[in-house]
Design a protein around this ligand. Structure first.
Ligand code: AMP
Ligand code: ZN
Length: 467
């Protein structure tokens, strides 16, 4: 299996630290709002990486954090007049709902930064003891960047270039050097804080991930992953902290997904082209979003557009319809052994399965893997007929389902109605009532009730709930 390693900028053969096991850390979101579809890309991509390792028989210890102390969370808490933990707990719960909708497996552990402060204090103290960190007079603890000889090895930057980029910036506080970064910072009024040997304060962002990875996976891990914006400075700084403190290489492989853009432009709130996963879920089954995300290689930029989502919707529909039809054939057909013609079909399917695996073995090329699934769907549509044995129908259904499962695509059709469909039916019912077509209005209410949607007529209009 080949994995592109940002450290070497090449595809390398994957060799785990421990036979049959993968220790993997993926930087998670900062929880101050609903996650956006950009955040969904690493979640879906690395969940698929995990699933493929599991398919290959590896036991995967998958750790992904929630950053639950940060300026953005604190600002939102001040805005709403609540405690920062109210904000982070709310959006962790919402994020977990979105993950479930996207069929992203829960991590083995989802650590929270605020629960790991003790470990952070210990690692910072180790760095101070080893001469890699120092306390400034105001209580801030800085990392002494120049002391770490390998600094820049991940982002392929050298200290001179970095220094040049920093020249305009004034020396902040009492930093020894512009390149030094914060490990611990003093509290400001109204901010959450913890006691430490240096001052009452809170950790810097980079130390959080070094410590959570160490706590749940150990000093040396197989894969560290996240979006490409994290290569510098976040991951570069994590390497500096972990390797200086632990004295061993931190992660063997570093994987980074490229960015998701919208209509060929960078996603941003000011451009108004910013979608949360929740918004998308009102219009589409989130499986469509998942298939869309995997339709490109994870290291290629991906453009989100209505047309591409429609294409993924149709693609998903083709898979679901084929599997549904195979299910019907299994119910109707007999014959536990394939005929010799069917054995030939099976051989063709096996070749497509190999094509799929070869694509995934080549740095998780999900785009090519999905093409192989569509070829398999086509083969099933043309070769499984009313004359086919149950054995062939079963084999085809199992093969498609298991390969889709690695991509996190569930091949059972969901009966659940989308919010947009529910709203449209309610609107139609209102119209029917206006037209005094009460039979149609009742029919719509019954249709919704059969799908577990209960309507309540209130003075503010029709409200609905899922039973
Ligand atoms: P954040 O909450 O900003 O720390 O981001 C959480 C994760 O989402 C990180 O791995 C980011 O690299 C990733 N991410 C943020 N925006 C995008 C985007 N537009 N496309 C792909 N990944 C993104
Ligand atoms: Zn991180």
């Amino acid at each position: 299996m080949k994995v592109f390693n940002t450290l070497s900028r090449t595809k390398e053969e994957f060799e785990p630290l421990e036979q049959g096991k993968v220790k993997m850390y993926v930087c998670g979101p900062t929880v101050y709002n609903f996650i956006h579809i950009g955040n969904a890309r690493p979640m879906i991509v690395f969940d698929t990486v995990r699933r493929y390792f599991e398919y290959k028989g590896y036991e995967v210890n998958y750790v992904s954090n929630f950053t639950d102390v940060d300026d953005k969370i604190i600002n939102k808490a001040i805005e709403e007049g609540v405690d920062a933990s109210v904000i982070s707990e709310r959006y962790i719960a919402e994020c977990k709902k979105d993950m479930e909708g996207m069929n992203v497996k829960p991590a083995t552990t989802h650590p929270l930064a605020t629960r790991e402060i003790g470990g952070m204090i210990r690692m910072i103290q180790t760095l101070i003891d080893k001469g890699y960190a120092y306390r400034a007079d105001d209580g801030t603890v800085y990392y002494r960047t120049r002391k770490f000889k390998d600094y820049g090895k991940l982002s392929h930057k050298n200290l001179e270039d970095l220094q040049a980029g920093h020249r305009e910036i004034k020396v902040v506080g009492e930093k020894e050097d512009d390149l030094d970064f914060v490990l611990w910072k003093p509290k400001k009024d109204g901010e959450p804080y913890w006691e430490s040997p240096w001052c009452q304060g809170r950790p810097g962002w980079h130390i959080e991930c070094s410590v959570m990875a160490k706590h749940y996976l150990g000093d040396e891990i197989d894969i560290h992953a996240g979006g490409e914006d994290l290569i510098f400075p976040h991951h570069e700084n994590e390497i500096a902290q972990s390797e200086a403190a632990n004295g061993v290489p931190f992660s063997k492989y570093w994987m980074h997904n490229a960015f998701l853009n919208i209509d060929n432009r960078k996603m941003s709130k000011s451009l108004g082209n910013f979608f949360t996963v929740r918004e998308i879920s009102e219009k589409y089954d989130l499986q469509v979003l998942r298939l869309f995300m995997l339709s490109a290689h994870y290291r290629s930029p991906l453009n989100f557009s209505a047309e591409l989502m429609e294409a993924s919707k149709n693609g998903l529909e083709r898979i679901l319809t084929a599997v549904e039809r195979l299910g019907e054939r299994i119910g109707a057909a007999s014959g536990d052994e394939m005929t010799s013609d069917e054995e030939a079909v099976k051989a063709q399917a096996e070749a497509l399965k190999e094509k799929y695996e070869a694509a995934m073995d080549d740095d998780f090329n999900t785009a090519d893997a999905i093409s192989a699934v569509f070829e398999l769907v086509k083969l099933a549509n043309t070769s499984v007929t009313e004359e086919s044995t149950k054995a062939l129908a079963l084999y085809m259904k199992d093969t498609i389902t298991s390969l889709c499962d690695v991509l996190g695509i569930i091949t059972e059709r969901k009966e659940e109605l989308l919010e947009a469909d529910i709203e449209a039916l309610i609107e139609e019912r209102q119209q029917a009532r206006k037209n005094k077509d009460f039979a149609r209005a009742d029919e719509i209410r019954d249709t919704l009730a059969a799908k577990g949607i209960l309507l309540k007529d209130t003075r503010e209009g029709v409200k609905w709930t899922r039973a």
